[in-house]
Design a protein around this ligand. Sequence first.
Ligand code: PEP
Length: 256
Amino acid sequence: MPRRPIFAANWKMNKTAREAKLYCAEFSALGIDPSIADVVICPPFTALDSVRTSLPQTIGVGAQNSSNHLSGAFTGEISIGMVAETGCSHVIVGHSERRALFNESPALLSEKLDRVIECGLHAIFCVGETLADREANLTQQVLLSQLQGSLKPILSELSTRWTQLTIAYEPVWAIGTGKVATVDQAQDAHHFIRSTLSGLLGPQAGKGIRIQYGGSVKPDNVKELMAQPDIDGALVGGASLDPRSFYEIIKNGASQ
Ligand code: PEP
């Protein structure tokens, strides 16, 4: 069965709830056709509610993070139950900024993935190498350790619930830099991720799990990325902050 494209907007720490409402009105007015792709918007926590209530139900809403703990004395944290109650469908787990700036380890990310999947939501799990890793020929080694480190501890749960998992391959050197991986670099990494998923979860999951590319995706480069056999969508940072540009990415990418 062909994999349905999935495009997600990662707003990072941008837009207040009021600004988010204005964005959603503009984005909804563009009239994206829900049959062409899954579309998910991931605003900051404070805008989840206003984004959910401003968008049609055909568009998903995602959090950019959630706690590995279910409740308790964890000042400043947001639990998966709190996220779910806003009507969210997705959670981004393991974005490279969280790995690098907040020291999120593969073991911690495994716990976060577990909470998201257990709660019935969809996880967008980010993996990717730094420039130093790539230059030292360590790309596959890094991807393997990120995937194994976080997926292995929850294999039994994922074996029946892998449809709740999407992987985002985001080479760290391409995030917010304007440098896009070449289509060959992206396809090679996606192919490697897919074979690793097959090895961990079996061939059906390997074939079925969607893998998004992320890193300076724009309306004019998404088509060639989406033409690759193992690229199923995009996780978009900077270019998703403008509703028309995110709309163009979806339209151009899904028509490939
Ligand atoms: C991201 O942060 O997930 C991302 C892909 O950012 P950008 O599109 O700005 O490179």
